[in-house]
Ligand binder design. Structure first.
Ligand SMILES: Cc1ncc(COP(=O)(O)O)c(C=O)c1O
Length: 366
């Protein structure tokens, strides 16, 4: 293992070990393991934190997107506009819902959806827009919402990488018609297994989501809708309650470490993360840009520093998505970013000294 790992999930567990162990033990002793009081308590706390009326726990972030789309009425024949510069799950969920992903380019400064491109991608078949709040930085929601309102299109926010981020005073997840969260262990709000949630202010969507996540059941064994099995389990919900109580504190740690990186890397020939004036960036990832991506990653690896690229091949150029019909060069900002980005080590409880060691290694390289 690298002496400076890219992420250290054990350290994140150790930081709140006693509280997590208490929550786990309480749940194990309860005799109730799926969709019970722990899930209900977490849903209430997460809805309140996000500033929305409802949160519905599901099995993963991918399912949160899929069920969110289904609850919005998206299905075969529909188009959903999103970005190719995202986790493959965003696009996979659109296809799982039976719809066609329409991919647009990103803004070169923040790596999030370019609203100008959305405007030109709207067709009579467009049924929804999924902006992705990538790396912890919110998409340009003000402009995207204006376009959505103008075309009467619902917005499903993909918040998998931005728990707690703000646009002005508003949390991500509270601005669209619905929003999908992942609680994969590496996320800013991470479980110790898979988990996800959809949040919404709309009662009709929340009601559909609660049916969709469990076989469409209105009551036990009576299905009103063709649904799924996508339930959040009690253990993860109990752990998530602990983690949620520390989310702002943990995001503050990430922001502190990111600021330390930016101060130390300021004079190097790399592009540092940029933050839109109305945005609060929660630094799920600290991503720099360089023309020497591969060489820098290899150099850092030799020095024992773990790095990653999010993501090396944009979704539209991946083998599984050739059928979408996007040629190389069709999303130039996305494709350029993929060749230049590098994510440096960052997690909430990473020692500050790691930032210094990594920054010195970068200085040596350049
Ligand atoms: C932007 C984005 N959307 C969706 C997902 C899917 O979440 P999950 O892995 O919980 O299915 C992820 C995480 O992998 C993600 O980063």
């Amino acid at each position: 293992m690298a002496s400076i790992p890219f992420v250290d999930l054990k350290a994140e567990y150790e930081a709140y070990r006693e509280e997590i162990d208490t929550a786990v033990s309480r749940t194990l002793s309860s005799g109730w393991y799926i969709l019970g009081p722990e899930v209900a308590a977490f849903e209430a706390a997460f809805a309140a934190y996000t500033g929305v009326a409802h949160a519905v726990g599901v099995a993963s972030g991918t399912d949160a997107l899929l069920l969110g789309l289904k609850a919005l009425g998206v299905g075969p024949g529909d188009e959903v506009i999103t970005v190719a510069h995202t986790a493959v799950a965003t696009i996979a969920a659109i296809e799982l819902a039976g719809a066609k992903p329409v991919l647009v380019d990103i803004d070169s400064q923040t790596y999030t959806m370019d609203p100008v491109q959305v405007e030109t991608a709207v067709t009579p078949r467009t049924k929804a827009i999924i902006p992705v709040h990538l790396y912890g930085h919110p998409a340009d929601m003000e402009t995207i919402l204006e376009i959505a309102i103008q075309h009467r299109l619902p917005v499903l926010e993909d918040c998998a990488q931005a728990h707690g981020a703000l646009v002005g005073e508003r949390r991500v997840g509270s601005m669209g018609d619905a929003a999908a969260f992942s609680f994969y262990p590496t996320k800013n709000l991470g479980a110790l297994g898979d988990g996800g949630a959809v949040v919404t202010n709309r009662d009709d969507i929340a009601k559909r989501l609660r049916l969709l996540r469990q076989y469409g059941w209105r009551e036990r064994y009576i299905s009103d809708l063709a649904g799924y099995n996508s339930r959040l389990d009690e253990l993860q919900a109990a752990i998530l309650q602990v983690r949620l109580a520390h989310l702002d504190e943990d995001n503050g740690r990430r922001q502190h470490l990111a600021a330390r990186y930016s101060a130390q890397l300021e004079n190097l020939p790399v592009q540092l993360p940029r933050i839109r004036p109305s945005a609060d960036h929660v630094f799920h990832l600290y991503v720099i840009q360089t023309g020497r991506q591969e060489a820098l990653a290899a150099f850092l690896q030799k020095k024992g520093v773990g790095t990653a690229v999010h993501y090396p091949v944009p979704v539209h150029l991946q083998p599984a998505y050739r059928h979408l019909g996007y040629a190389p060069g069709s999303l130039p900002v996305t494709e350029r970013a993929a060749r230049r980005i590098l994510s440096l080590p960052l997690y909430a409880h990473m020692p500050e000294e790691h930032v210094d060691v990594v920054s010195r290694a970068l200085a040596e390289f350049f």
